[in-house]
Design a binder for this molecule. Structure first.
Ligand code: CA
Length: 224
């Protein structure tokens, strides 16, 4: 999943980004309100972690702007303020949840999963294709009813492909979903993940179109 982290505190931002990357998420990090507004207006994320006290504006305005455009991207507010007024304002402005600093990373992880599960109930049903099923809310994958263990990045590649079976995704499109800005990308990383997925899910499950990208076989011949 691709997350946007909006946080001006370098230490907090560093540790949050590291923790989320460990879970296999791509994390883009902006440090002020105006950068957050610009980024959210032009790119799509699966979740936003939003600090309220920010330079160049404040988090509540960022959130109101997002909801004002009808954008339902899940938002968890992170705030050092613990007055009930701030929490209410955050929820009223359209936050899905909030955490008061300092919080521990396990709790954040649990809140993220809960928010994504609720979102899943609305927008991310179980994905299934040719004997393989993937449940976005729990990140569980099965092949012919048997659990398949995937690394975080293998899972991310598979989820992306299963969201649009038959659609051809380029390596660049897959990398965009796997890596945050400035993160070093090994040139053959995507092909390594695809290779691992084929070993676990069957050699024909993911097909390649030479020079174009990867897709899930739907039985229609694309390679001609
Ligand atoms: Ca702050």
């Amino acid at each position: 999943m691709r997350f946007l982290l909006v946080e001006d505190d370098r230490m907090i931002g560093d540790s949050l980004r590291a923790a989320l990357r460990m879970e296999g998420h791509a994390v883009d990090w902006v440090r002020d309100a105006s950068a957050a507004q610009g980024t959210l207006a032009s790119e799509r994320f699966d979740l936003v972690l939003l600090d309220l006290g920010l330079p160049q504006g404040n988090g509540l305005d960022v959130l109101r702007g997002l909801r004002g455009r009808g954008d339902a991207t899940p938002v968890i507010v992170l705030t050092a303020r613990d007055g009930p007024g701030d929490r209410v304002a955050g929820l009223d402005a359209g936050a899905d949840d909030y955490l008061v600093k300092p919080f521990d990373l396990d709790e954040l992880g649990a809140r993220i999963r809960a928010v994504l599960r609720r979102q899943a109930g609305r927008a991310m049903p179980l994905l299934a294709h040719r004997g393989v099923s993937l449940e976005p809310a729990t990140r569980q994958v099965q092949r012919d009813g048997q659990p398949v263990l995937l690394s975080a990045r293998e899972y991310a590649v598979l989820e992306l492909l299963m969201q649009r079976p038959g659609a051809v995704l380029s390596r660049a499109q897959i990398e965009d979903r796997l890596y945050g800005w400035g993160e070093e990308i090994e040139s053959n990383a995507v092909s390594v993940y695809v290779h691992q997925l084929r070993k676990k899910l069957g050699a024909d499950f993911i097909r390649s179109m030479r020079g174009v990208g990867y897709f899930l076989d739907t039985g229609k011949d694309k390679s001609a």
